[in-house]
Design a protein around this ligand. Structure first.
Ligand code: GTP
Ligand code: SPV
Ligand code: MN
Length: 659
């Protein structure tokens, strides 16, 4: 190889400043061409900048080789997950102006994206299957389907062929071997992400178990193929916005279940680009789960220990930005209780041979919503993010700290703030938020002070209760319990919640978000419901109790009626006692609700209108039944299992006979 690549030069420069032996070693690799295959009998010679090509299992090498030919990067980097490698990535990211250090924190970084690339783009997320109905229910009465987007595999191929050829020109292609779940657990699965974004690599290193031992475990086994490009080959045709390469006009996030393949183009943000998360662990995960008889869900997992030292584990599904991270890390205000965190976003759950449901958190880090996180709401998250954290689209203070909405009372507000849009001396009077509402921290789970001792257990933790919930400003009580599994599945199916900034939706409309999975179903939601219902027929299963919670009910003045956060432990306590068989519930139209006084309010500082929190406005619930029926009729249509319709009839009858 004649001349050094830009990155080799970066390394050379790096070597002068830091660790010469490190950079020399890499440079030796860089200037030594490695033969990776033959085209027409002539060896093709990509430039392996880092890592050992020969150590890749054959199947991985073939997958990478295909994509080197397709995407045409100038160099290739095979990730090993080491600290040295991370140092190099952070260095490159700084050189490219994609991140900057936050000197007040320890090894923490601020990334600011192109303002056109700030959240998941549900409208450009597709699943390709031969039959449309394998992916989505066919909507009725001219309705526009809301339960995912199907694409014909041939059409997808055309779309991908318009984007991927040559898309990594001038850039380095990174090969990320990663495990979702503890390496080697029978519940875990392995993926290989190919990406041209060093930001994605640094984030995947936090969010997944990434690196060398994953390849050893994989051997010649099968893996999920995850191809990602920011879609901005070099030289650039147009300048970047904020030094953040992305291509919002051409963005597509696609899944090909038949080939266990994900192809994502044009976005570098969150679930669009960290392909282990929503694309793999939820969309493809839910398909694998159906096939293999388990569940891949948008759920947190927490441990709950009472004052007698008795412990239970709970999984909870709330839509994006509706409180999973906060509940998973809460500090209970109720004396005697201890909460531990297993996971904050995704649960893979399977019944074991004794009929006990067990869950693992397939992730290794938290990609959490920053705004609203503070010492008063989530002190454990605040502790977690003090070091080794990548913040994206938050604001910064002049002295090198982070800032976002919700920290007003905990920061010296005389220190000037620069907003996520780089507006200096930002003030609230600007009427614009300092941090983007979907700004996030990406932080290692192991740093959370309340991680559960079993959080990496390969067998998973036993689940005693499943909670559904959402943002419901009106009419939905604080908590209710399903009469049985089938009713619980109906509760999940009829979930609705106010839209949030986690995706591109605008405004505060109430949207149906069944099982908090609307953006993440990998296959037809009707078939998903059948899968959930099928477990009530299986003998010998200890089916968890199912609940619905709502922390977000508002009063006439528009204020939250329930203090939330640590006070939610009072609701968890009630669930704990119910799963222990305590007789503290009574029948209502929507489900079993707490008997008066059975939610422990001891020591609660604020005055709470419990009657108001549990009132069931008849008209609202009659309307709810109408809306849910319309949704099922139009959206799920012929794929709706009859059991769900039966539950809706039952709800309607109970609501109609309410006083
Ligand atoms: P994703 O990561 O998008 O899946 O979100 P999430 O479900 O983990 O939501 P998260 O816990 O990050 O909370 C989102 C927002 O809701 C934050 O601004 C929180 O401060 C706020 N929030 C969480 N729990 C409560 C609560 O009990 N009451 C109130 N009022 N707000 C809450
Ligand atoms: C969500 O939107 O539910 C998230 C963030 O957890 S993202 O990873 O971007 O999907
Ligand atoms: Mn989420």
């Amino acid at each position: 190889m004649g001349s050094l690549t830009i990155q080799s030069k970066v390394l050379l420069e790096h070597s002068k400043r830091t660790d010469p032996s490190f950079a020399c070693r890499i440079l030796k690799e860089a200037v030594k061409p490695v033969c990776i295959g033959r085209q027409n009998g002539v060896a093709s010679v990509p430039n392996i900048l880092y890592g050992k090509w020969n150590k890749l299992p054959n199947k991985v090498r073939n997958y990478v080789d295909e994509n080197i030919k397709l995407c045409n990067p100038s160099t290739v980097h095979i990730c090993d997950g080491s600290d040295k490698e991370n140092e190099l990535l952070l260095y490159i990211l700084q050189k490219d102006g994609m991140i900057k250090p936050l000197p007040k924190l320890q090894n923490c970084w601020l990334a600011r994206t192109d303002p056109g690339d700030v959240a998941r783009v549900e409208s450009k997320t597709f699943i390709a299957t031969e039959k449309m109905q394998d992916t989505i229910p066919i909507p009725k009465n001219g309705a526009v389907g809301q339960l995912g987007h199907w694409i014909d595999p041939d059409d997808l191929e055309t779309e991908l062929n318009m984007r991927f050829p040559g898309c990594m020109k001038g850039r380095t292609m990174y090969i990320i071997p990663f495990s979702m779940g503890p390496v080697g657990s029978s519940l875990s699965k392995i993926g290989i992400e190919i990406t041209d974004s060093p930001y994605v690599v640094a984030s995947m290193r936090i969010m997944t178990r990434m690196g060398g031992n994953v390849l050893e475990t994989l051997g010649e086994g099968d893996f999920i193929k995850c191809l990602h490009s920011v879609g901005r080959p070099l030289p650039l045709k147009e300048p970047l916005n904020n030094n953040w390469p992305c291509n919002p006009k051409e963005t597509i996030i696609s899944h090909i279940p038949e080939r266990n393949e994900i192809c994502s183009f044009g976005s570098g943000y969150g679930g669009n680009s960290l392909l282990g998360k929503k694309c793999f662990a939820l969309r493809l995960g839910s398909i694998l789960a159906k096939r293999e008889g388990w569940f891949a869900e948008h759920m947190l997992i927490l441990g709950l220990e009472n004052s007698q030292g008795k412990k239970k584990y709970i999984a909870a599904a709330f839509p994006s930005a509706c409180g999973k991270t906060n509940l998973a890390m809460m500090n209970p205000t109720l004396p005697g209780y201890k909460v531990t965190c297993v996971g904050d976003d995704i649960a893979w759950m399977k019944f074991d041979k004794n009929g006990q449901l067990r869950a693992i958190n397939p992730e290794f880090g938290f990609f959490g919503v920053a705004p609203g996180t503070s010492m008063s709401t989530n002190p454990n998250a605040m502790e977690t993010i003090k070091k080794n954290t990548i913040f994206t689209n938050v604001a910064e203070t002049e002295d090198g700290d982070v800032y976002w909405e919700g920290l007003e009372k905990e920061r010296d507000m005389s220190t000037p703030i620069t907003s996520w849009l780089r507006v200096r001396n930002w003030t609230k009077d600007s009427g614009k938020p300092a941090a983007h509402p979907n700004s996030r921290f990406c932080t290692p789970a192991s740093q959370c002070p309340i991680m559960d001792p079993e959080w990496e257990s390969p067998e998973g933790v036993p689940i005693d209760a499943i909670i559904f919930g959402g943002r419901r400003p009106a009419g939905v009580p604080l908590i209710y319990e399903a009469f049985n599994w089938q009713h619980g599945v109906f509760m999940g199916a009829s979930m609705r919640s106010e839209a949030t900034a986690a995706a591109e939706h605008k405004g505060k409309v109430i949207m149906n978000d069944p099982f908090a999975m609307r953006p993440f179903f990998g296959y037809n939601f009707g078939h998903y419901l059948k899968h959930w219902l099928s477990f009530q027929e299986k003998p010998g299963l200890n089916l968890p109790k199912i609940y619905h919670v709502n922390w977000f009910r508002k009063d006439d003045q528009g204020s939250f009626m329930w203090p939330g956060f640590g006070e939610n432990s009072r609701v968890l306590d009630w669930i704990f006692r119910r799963t222990d068989g305590e007789d503290c519930a009574q029948k209502s139209a929507v489900g079993m609700v707490p008997t008066p006084g059975s939610i422990n309010l001891e020591g609660l500082k604020e005055k709470v209108d419990m009657e108001g929190l549990f009132s069931l406005p008849k008209e609202m619930w009659q309307q709810e039944v109408v809306d849910v029926r319309k949704y099922f009729d139009q959206q799920v249509a012929e794929d709706l299992p009859p059991e769900i319709m039966e539950e809706l009839h039952n709800l309607e009858k109970r609501v109609d006979s309410m006083l």
